[in-house]
Design a protein around this ligand. Structure first.
Ligand code: SAM
Length: 237
């Protein structure tokens, strides 16, 4: 199976050095699992990029996975004043709050009603306006957006609980097929689209994007616990 690996996030088999680094990274992450289980066992109050967040049980834990932090940092450095901003899969709302703080007009969507409720509550807690829509991808969304940001689930399993949707993208990556097919209707020619993935992700995700006319280009990357997290820019060549 091809995966994204290394500083250039090429899809392919890892070199021996990369494979060793990935094994060490896997061990470090396995060591963190009891803490992750504990963190997810109760409602938590936390901060990401200066955003205060209440994260109920059943909602993606933004502090524990580096994608949220890297995307928050990336979004915090964009010029968003007056721009329309869509977050696909908002979870607790950290990224949407950062965008709203930068004075974007933010629409946040999620398939999980618990995530939508958490985003509404966290928008109020941070004093920013966010339109939150419960929606299976774009089912309840209309219009185009200047910026769209996606922190997707990326494991090849069918989701069966609300929380599973944060991690499982379907046994045949149905999430990505639908995402890349439906996304163009919500973009204009100058839209910026950012998608986060972690090193080790199945390279089929990039293939599905390509079939739908998108290329993944590295916008930012960050190594934590010997594993890269990437923010890709989706471009239509
Ligand atoms: C990896 S989590 C990221 C959450 C949040 N963006 C963050 O960084 O903290 C993925 C989110 O996508 C949502 N999601 C999964 N499938 C979805 C779908 N078909 N439509 C809308 N949201 C979906 C999940 O419920 C989850 O909240």
């Amino acid at each position: 199976m091809d995966i994204y690996v290394g500083a250039s996030a090429r899809a392919g088999q890892p070199t021996r050095l990369q494979a060793l680094r990935r094994r060490l990274s896997g061990a470090l992450q396995a060591g963190a699992r009891p803490y992750i289980r504990w963190w997810m066992s109760g409602e938590r109050v936390t901060r990401v990029r200066g955003v205060r967040l209440r994260v109920p049980v059943g909602v993606f834990p933004p502090r524990l996975f580096h994608s949220t932090k890297l995307v928050c940092r990336t979004v915090d450095q964009l010029d968003l004043v007056g721009k329309s901003f869509l977050e696909v899969g908002c979870g607790s709302g950290a990224i949407s709050v950062v965008a709203a703080r930068r004075r974007a007009k933010v629409t946040a969507i999620d398939i999980s009603d618990a995530a939508c409720a958490a985003t509404r509550a966290n928008a109020a807690l941070n004093g920013v306006p966010i339109e939150v829509i419960e929606s299976d991808l774009f089912a309840n969304v209309s219009g185009t957006f200047d910026v769209a940001v996606i922190t997707p689930p990326f494991f090849r399993h069918d989701p069966s609980t609300q929380l599973d949707h944060a991690f499982h993208a379907g046994a045949n990556f149905e999430y990505f097929h639908r995402l890349f097919e439906q996304l163009p209707a919500h973009l204009h020619t100058d839209s910026l689209v950012l998608l986060s993935l972690a090193e080790g992700c199945d390279a089929a995700i990039g293939e599905i994007a390509r079939e739908c006319g998108f290329e993944l280009q590295i916008h930012r990357r960050w190594m934590v616990l010997l594993q890269f997290t990437y923010v890709f820019r989706l471009v239509r060549p």
